[in-house]
Write a protein that binds this ligand. Sequence first.
Ligand SMILES: [Zn+2]
Length: 183
Amino acid sequence: MGRTWSDLKAVLITHAHPDHTGSARAVKDHSQAPVTMSARDARVPHGLEPVTPPPLKDALGPLGGAFRFLPKAEGFSVATELVADGTAGLPEDWAVISTPGHTPGHVSYLLDRAGGLLFAGDAAMVNRSGEVYPGLMNPKSEQVKQSIVQLAKRDFRAAYFGHGGHLTNDAASAFRRFAYQQQ
Ligand SMILES: [Zn+2]
C-alpha cells in the first residue's frame, strides 16, 4: 500500500485466534501502534487462558482436530481493552459491536466512512450468491446467529470478513435477509 510503519496508528483485533493475532506482536513492535481488542479475548494474548476453539459442528471432526494443531500466536500487550459497544477508546470514526459466539469476546468494527464499512472478522461469512451465513466453523451456534442479527440492525455499505469473499454494496441488506430467516 506504500505505507510505512509510522503511518500505522492503531491495531484493531476482532478475536484471539492465532490466524487473526499471529502478527500482532511484530506489527506492534515495528509500528508502536496500540493494540485494541475485547477485554474478554485479551486474556489469551496476556497468557491468562488458552485459545478458545470455535463452536465447531463436531469438535472431534477434521476441522476440530486441525484447530488444535494451529501454531500459537506470540503473546502481546493490549493497550485498550473494550468492554462495551460504542466508540470509547477507538480511533476517530470507528465503533465496536460485540459479536460473541465464534469466540467468547469476538467483536466487529464499524468504520463510519464511504457509506459505512463493517469489519466482521469471523462473526459471519458470505457465499458466492452474496448470502451472509455463520461460516464453516460456527454452524450450530445460536450465539453466532444472534450476533449476525445484531449486525443486521446497523447501517453499512460494505462488509469485510476474516475469510472468503466480501460485500462491497448493500451489505447490510444481506445481513437483514439472514436475520429475517431466523424469525
Ligand atoms: Zn477465528
